[in-house]
Ligand binder design. Structure first.
Ligand SMILES: [Zn+2]
Ligand SMILES: [Zn+2]
Length: 415
């Protein structure tokens, strides 16, 4: 095969068994969301570039990481680098924000970022998350953080930690920004090259620079500059987390990669072999709807987590979910056996996973079943058909028993 026909750099194919496991993971995530009143929303994987430019031209994502292209009519389109803005766009476009009900959405799908390919970073990655629109209550921030934790807990990840911060609002953030700029002005020459640019365009992002973090320990803290409303919101949220026993710590350097956040920002981390790894992040975005054209404020709050990241952590923790329904390999061993099975196959509505090996003998069939990790093999050839039976072999114990051939369909359909 020519290189040009291989998958593009930074992308990956999901093949079995990983693809099967990913399906199980996605189903479990969706279950958690649905059980808490969230509805699936699906938006196109590309949008007008303009939508994402509104996320703030100073952000790294918009600056360096977008897949932007012109279509045949010369329109500028961009493969979505995140899913919050498309969800809010869809809500506004359908006028759903005009009703006073709370909107709860969840999504699971691909995002695209032109990242330097390295371990765990892909140019097409998958995110899942929720967005709650229509309320600025701190109870919503609390709910979103709790739902994010529930998703990870549903996989048995227990030692989770929430990092929390408040980055203020339109009223108080400019005051903080000024204080930060003044503090940074004497330090710019010490900062990394990225931060020298961020300092001018988006000074808040300097705060969570991994390279410079230690140099900025005594930087002014956003929470010391909050207005009364923002402070009340933050204190209320912390009180709710305390009441619910959610372990969190305030991280004064936590800002998020996108400009649309206000007030609450948070990250969820999991302890893996003594190291806390970031799993998901989110926060409140009360101005985003207006940024993308709403004529009124539509407050929102949400989180997003990486699917590949979750898979990697579950794999390392030995906690990948496993198929819960039995897998049965059916081996019709002769021409007559195969012909006797076609009508059953056509009618079959199995609750188990049934995989038919149409053209293998017993020895090869058992090997095939082993490779699949089958729980049972059911075989029948001319000899069994003479007696009107089929043989069920338990693949774990090797025990064999007979069933009446006329009961085979009912057996395969039983749970
Ligand atoms: Zn404020
Ligand atoms: Zn830096």
């Amino acid at each position: 095969m020519a290189d040009k026909l291989f998958k593009p750099r930074g992308t990956q194919d999901f093949l079995p068994p990983m693809s099967d496991t990913l399906e199980l993971i996605k189903a479990k995530i969706a279950d958690t969301f649905r059980s808490l009143g969230y509805h699936l929303i699906e938006t196109p994987i590309f949008e007008h570039t303009e939508l994402f430019l509104r996320l703030g031209e100073a952000t790294d994502i918009v600056q360096k990481e977008m897949y932007t292209f012109k279509d045949r009519k010369g329109r500028s389109l961009t493969l979505r680098p995140e899913i919050t803005a498309p969800v809010v766009r869809a809500l506004l476009e359908a006028n759903l924000h005009k009703t006073s009900d709370l909107k709860r959405f969840y999504y699971i799908g691909p995002i695209f970022r032109y990242e330097k390919p390295q371990k765990g970073r892909y140019r097409q990655a998958h995110q899942f998350g929720i967005e709650v629109l229509g309320s600025s209550s701190p109870f919503i921030d609390f709910e979103v953080i709790s739902v994010a934790m529930k998703v990870y807990e549903s996989f048995g990840l227990k030692d989770l930690k929430v990092s929390l911060n408040s980055i203020g609002c339109k009223v108080c953030r400019p005051r903080y920004r000024e204080a930060l700029l003044e503090y940074l002005s004497g330090k710019v020459h010490e900062l990394c090259d990225d931060c020298k640019v961020r300092y001018k365009r988006n000074p808040l992002r300097v705060l969570d620079c991994k390279v410079d973090r230690d140099k900025l320990r005594d930087a002014p803290k956003p929470i010391d500059y909050l207005c009364d409303d923002c402070r009340a919101h933050f204190n209320h949220l912390k009180g709710l987390l305390d009441k619910a026993g959610v372990p969190y710590e305030v991280d004064h350097h936590l800002v998020r990669g996108l400009d649309y956040y206000n007030r609450t920002v948070f990250e969820i981390r999991a302890n893996l072999a003594g190291k806390y790894l970031e799993l998901a992040g989110g926060g409140r975005y009360d101005y985003l709807a207006q940024e993308i054209g709403a004529d009124e404020e539509v407050p929102g709050c949400g989180f997003a987590g990486g699917l590949e990241r979750l898979y990697m952590i579950l794999e390392e923790a030995g906690a990948l979910p496993e198929r819960s329904v039995p897998l049965v390999v059916v081996l019709p061993l002769s021409e007559r056996a195969r012909e006797n099975f076609v009508a059953i196959f056509r009618e079959l509505r199995p609750k188990k996973v049934i995989s038919v090996a149409w053209d293998l003998n017993l020895r090869k069939g058992l090997r095939y079943a082993n490779r699949l990790g089958a729980d049972e093999v059911i075989f029948f050839g001319d000899r069994e058909l003479e007696k009107g039976i089929a043989v069920i072999r338990d693949m774990k114990t090797g025990d064999q028993r007979e069933i009446q051939f006329r009961d085979l369909k009912a057996y395969l359909e039983s749970g």
